[in-house]
Structure formats: structure tokens, C-alpha cells
Ligand binder design. Structure first.
Ligand code: ACO
Length: 195
């Protein structure tokens, strides 16, 4: 996705993490530069969040600058293409994770209350889907959060995302939960806390 400003002036790495302060890693500058940067990061997060919602057929974005500001336990990763748009850079992907307290059932109907790492939002720009960008972003997140894919709970996964998990991580036969999350068989052993 293209912006009216130079994305490379804000984000200096191909994958950046944006937290609740919305201040990019390594930011240097005075108060005015900070306000300018925050306004641009807000534009990027809102535009990418809206595009993700549209791609998923949702009426309201799951990701917005306001929501991120108010959630200290969420991580937003953005995938940047520094060379796109005549060197101005483009933002190509979004992945949001967060810790949630969830009630989940295993295949046998046993009930668990867990604090689990969750995938809350995932989007790659239409022009770049199915070219490996999603895998790059997802792998980065797995390393940063030192988590295995089967330990993740996924909030309302789309068919494309289920296909993605099957293809790249051999995750099949999802266990659908009443709260609209999905988990896989490997989710339970090390995170379970018996009720
Ligand atoms: N139809 C079916 N499967 C797809 C599609 C599609 N249009 N796009 C991606 N996939 C799956 C397939 O398994 C595909 O492998 P294949 O091309 O060999 O069939 C695999 O993903 C491709 O892997 P990547 O190229 O690494 O993934 P991509 O860059 O396309 O990113 C993503 C995956 C984020 C799901 C992307 O397709 C997308 O943004 N889709 C629209 C939005 C969406 O559905 N997001 C997930 C919502 S659920 C949630 O956020 C919790």
C-alpha cells in the first residue's frame, strides 16, 4: 500500500514492530518530528487495518491506531517494501498478536482456561498475496515471540489463513471453539490449566 509520504523515513527495517506508543523503533527527533511521525504511523495503521477488514469482509477494522494505543499486550508487525513506489516505500503486510485469556475445549470436550498467544489480524496486500510475504512476516513473529505455530489460538481465521497454516506448518483439522477462536491439537499439552 502506497502513502503520500516516504515510508522509509519512518520505518528503517523491512519488518517493524509497532507497540501501543506508536513510536517507531529507533525514532530520533524533536517534539515536532515526533508529532509528524505519530500522525504518519496512525495513517499507516488505520489504512492497513481497514484494508485487512475489507479483505476479510468485516464491517469494522480489528486493527486501528486507537485500538493499538489502548492495548498494551498487543504487538503489531508491519511488512515494508523499501524499494516500492519509486523508493518511497510501501507497506505490504500486517500481523497483530496478543495474549488473551480464553476458555477452550479439546477434542474430547475437556474444558481449559488458558492465557494464550493469539493471532488477531493478518493481512497481505492483494497485489502480493501468494508470493511468500505472509510466510516471511509470520516467521518473523514466531521468532520474536519464541512461539510454535501449534501453540497459537487464532481469532476467526479465514479460509485463506487456514490454507496458509496447512501449507506452511502442516496444521490440519482445526478445533473450532464457541468463542470463534480456532486451535490445533498441539495447543493443549503445555499451556493447559485445569479448571
Ligand atoms: N486462496 C486460497 N489460499 C490462499 C490464498 C487464496 N487466495 N491466499 C493465500 N492462501 C494460502 C494458500 O495456502 C497459499 O499457498 P498456495 O498458493 O500454494 O495455495 C499460501 O496461503 C500462500 O502463502 P504466502 O504467500 O506466504 O501467504 P500470503 O502472503 O498470501 O498471506 C494471508 C496469507 C495473510 C492469509 C493473505 O492471503 C491475506 O491477506 N488474505 C486476505 C485476508 C485474510 O484472509 N487474512 C486472515 C484473516 S484471519 C485472522 O486474521 C486471524
Amino acid at each position: 500500500m502506497e502513502f503520500r509520504f516516504n515510508v522509509n523515513e519512518i520505518f528503517k527495517q523491512p519488518i517493524v514492530q509497532v507497540g501501543h506508543t506508536l513510536i517507531p523503533q529507533g525514532f530520533k527527533g524533536d517534539r515536532r518530528a515526533l508529532w509528524d511521525t505519530l500522525s504518519k504511523v496512525t495513517d499507516i495503521v488505520n489504512a492497513m487495518g481497514s484494508a485487512s477488514a475489507t479483505a476479510q469482509g468485516l464491517t469494522k477494522p480489528i486493527t486501528s491506531a486507537d485500538r493499538l494505543r489502548n492495548s498494551e499486550n498487543q504487538n503489531l508487525y508491519l511488512l515494508i517494501e523499501p524499494n516500492a513506489c519509486n523508493g518511497k516505500g510501501a507497506v505490504t503486510g500486517l500481523l497483530k498478536t496478543g495474549q488473551k485469556g480464553l476458555y477452550v475445549f479439546d477434542r474430547d470436550g475437556h474444558h481449559y482456561h488458558v492465557q494464550a498467544p493469539c493471532i488477531l489480524d493478518f493481512y497481505v496486500h492483494e497485489s502480493r498475496q501468494r508470493t511468500g510475504f505472509g510466510k516471511t512476516l509470520f516467521e518473523h513473529m514466531l521468532q520474536k515471540e519464541t512461539v510454535h505455530p501449534e501453540k497459537l489460538a487464532i481469532d476467526r481465521p479465514s479460509d485463506k489463513f487456514l490454507g496458509f497454516l496447512k501449507k506452511h506448518y502442516s496444521l490440519v483439522d482445526p478445533i473450532k471453539q464457541m468463542n470463534n477462536y480456532v486451535v490445533y491439537d498441539g495447543f493443549f499439552p503445555s499451556v493447559k490449566e485445569m479448571e
